[in-house]
Design a protein around this ligand. Structure first.
Ligand SMILES: [Fe+2]
Ligand SMILES: [Fe+2]
Length: 166
């Protein structure tokens, strides 16, 4: 299968973004664990695993089409946070950036009539809708339930319950 240099570059760049997301969420998980946010820690550890699985999807796809995936170094993410709410806000910002990057690859694939990459990206387009919605819904909880200690404790529990696997 022939893939353009441009698409190859964009897909490799997406590996970087997914790897950075995995390490950002890992740092958030670790901070939550240290801080005593048991549910949020569980949530972010699972979220980090999810991003790693996204990274793997891009690696396998690139290799399957003869594009040669490059395994990137990840930049050191922020390791401490102002509040639980600020971790969720940072995560939402990150997801919005990832959505933009995915759209840019979709547009390139459309321009280049690269149907295979276009179809491959369908899953990610839907996934990003879910991801943004998830973090927006969690952020709303701070307005709905509150920001005092009891409210934060409640939100921490809600976050833990979002994780289906242990
Ligand atoms: Fe992702
Ligand atoms: Fe994500």
């Amino acid at each position: 299968m022939k893939i353009s240099q441009n698409t190859k570059k964009l897909l490799n760049n997406q590996i970087v973004l997914e790897a950075n997301a995995a390490s950002s969420y890992l740092a958030m998980a670790s901070w939550c664990e240290i801080t005593g946010y048991v549910g949020a820690a569980k949530f972010f550890y699972a979220q980090s695993d999810e991003e790693r699985s996204h990274m793997l999807k891009f690696i396998h796809y690139l290799n399957n089409i003869g594009g040669n995936a490059t395994i990137p170094a990840t930049k050191s993410p922020p390791n401490s946070f102002k509040s639980l709410e600020s971790t969720i806000r940072a995560a939402l910002n990150n997801e919005q950036l990832v959505t933009k990057a995915i759209y840019a690859i979709v547009e390139t694939a459309q321009k280049e009539k690269d149907h295979s990459t276009h179809t491959f990206l369908d899953w990610f387009v839907n996934e990003q809708v879910e991801e943004e919605k998830k973090f927006e819904t969690i952020l709303q909880k701070f307005d709905l339930i509150g920001r005092d200690k009891i409210a934060i404790h409640e939100i921490d529990k809600i976050l833990g319950n979002l994780v289906t696997k242990d």
